[in-house]
Write a protein that binds this ligand. Structure first.
Ligand code: ZN
Length: 225
């Protein structure tokens, strides 16, 4: 398979991961407060959707807002870089396969999504377009004590905090998500999982300066054009 056209995740050190991203699996409504802010019910099982590898860009390179498609919402999310193939995995196996943790924006064309939801249509037009998945660099887990159940993410626009949360607030914890989705989709090394967004989503505007942080491991800045 020719893979040189696929995006490749990087670590904070600058080192590239040794396999490309084949897909980004996203989790919807994984924080109760976010489900409520959009008027959605709290789900009784994880809601998944997939962004194609072609949607991935890099936060450091800046974000180009799609024109003429209504509001583009930020959803700041904890990103998990998969290091080993996972299929039908246990939670323990899934946790052992994590190569890195980082941050990403599940950019969403909110007006388009509203129309799709009203029609009962899939969300790809609102979530899967080129450029709608800007990711940051990943912190390697090698030699690091990690409590997956209490990871803190923060997102600021022009110096003002807009979203912050902890994985402790997730309806479905990271280990549960990875194991569960691996029974549906084989996760390949290099794949990325976006684990859902805390409350506080809202529109981006040209000129916005963004900062995302995960613990004190990853800090990445971006700007909106
Ligand atoms: Zn999301």
């Amino acid at each position: 398979m020719r893979t040189e056209h696929l995006p490749v995740a990087r670590f904070v050190s600058g080192e590239a991961f040794d396999a490309p991203i084949s897909k980004v699996v996203c989790v919807g409504r994984n924080y109760a407060a976010h489900a409520r802010e959009l008027g959605n019910a709290v789900p009784d099982q994880p809601i998944y959707f997939i962004k194609p590898a072609s949607s991935v860009t890099w936060l450091e390179a800046g974000i180009d807002l799609p024109a003429g498609l209504g509001s583009v919402h930020h959803e700041a999310e904890i990103a998990v870089l998969i290091g080993e193939t996972l299929s039908g995995a246990s939670e323990e196996e899934a946790v052992g396969a994590i190569a890195g943790l980082g941050v990403g924006l599940d950019l969403t064309l909110r007006d388009v999504q509203g129309d799709l939801k009203a029609k009962g249509h899939p969300w790809e037009r609102a979530k899967g377009m080129d450029g709608l998945c800007p990711l940051g660099p990943f912190a390697s887990l090698a030699g690091r004590e990690v409590d997956l159940g209490d990871l803190h993410i923060r997102f600021a626009i022009n110096g003002q905090i807009r979203q912050q949360g902890s994985s402790a607030q997730m309806l479905f914890p990271i280990a549960t998500l990875l194991a569960d989705m691996s029974h549906l989709f084989t996760l390949y090394p290099g794949d990325v999982v976006l684990t859902g967004t805390p409350e506080g989503v809202g529109p981006l505007a040209a000129g916005d300066e963004l900062e995302l942080t995960l613990e004190n491991w990853v800090t990445v800045r971006s700007s909106v054009r």
